[in-house]
Design a protein around this ligand. Sequence first.
Ligand SMILES: [Zn+2]
Length: 116
Amino acid sequence: MMEEGATDVPRGTPEWVAFVSAQRARIVERLERYNNPGTAREQLAELGDLSPYQHYKINTVSAFLHRALAKIAEGSYGRCDRCGGEIANARLLLVPAAVQCATCGQEEDRRPAHAR
Ligand SMILES: [Zn+2]
């Protein structure tokens, strides 16, 4: 179950600050996991192979994690990088490194990779 009440924490409150701080810890934990050579070896053992797609995913996801940390530092965490709208807390809980709202994120996914 997700953190109770975290989905409706209003921005700019002490609860929001605590929420962002918890999210930051989750992002840092993920970054450490992705960038840990031991973890890469574990994945290799589990999957038998680190495919180019997985490399791509790890690299791309890392970029989002870094961007999310930068947004926390500049105080824009929870705001969409594309339209400036609020990213729903439920989405942030699901994807701690979300830097776009669900609408913009979906549009990005629909665009062909070469057009990005
Ligand atoms: Zn947006």
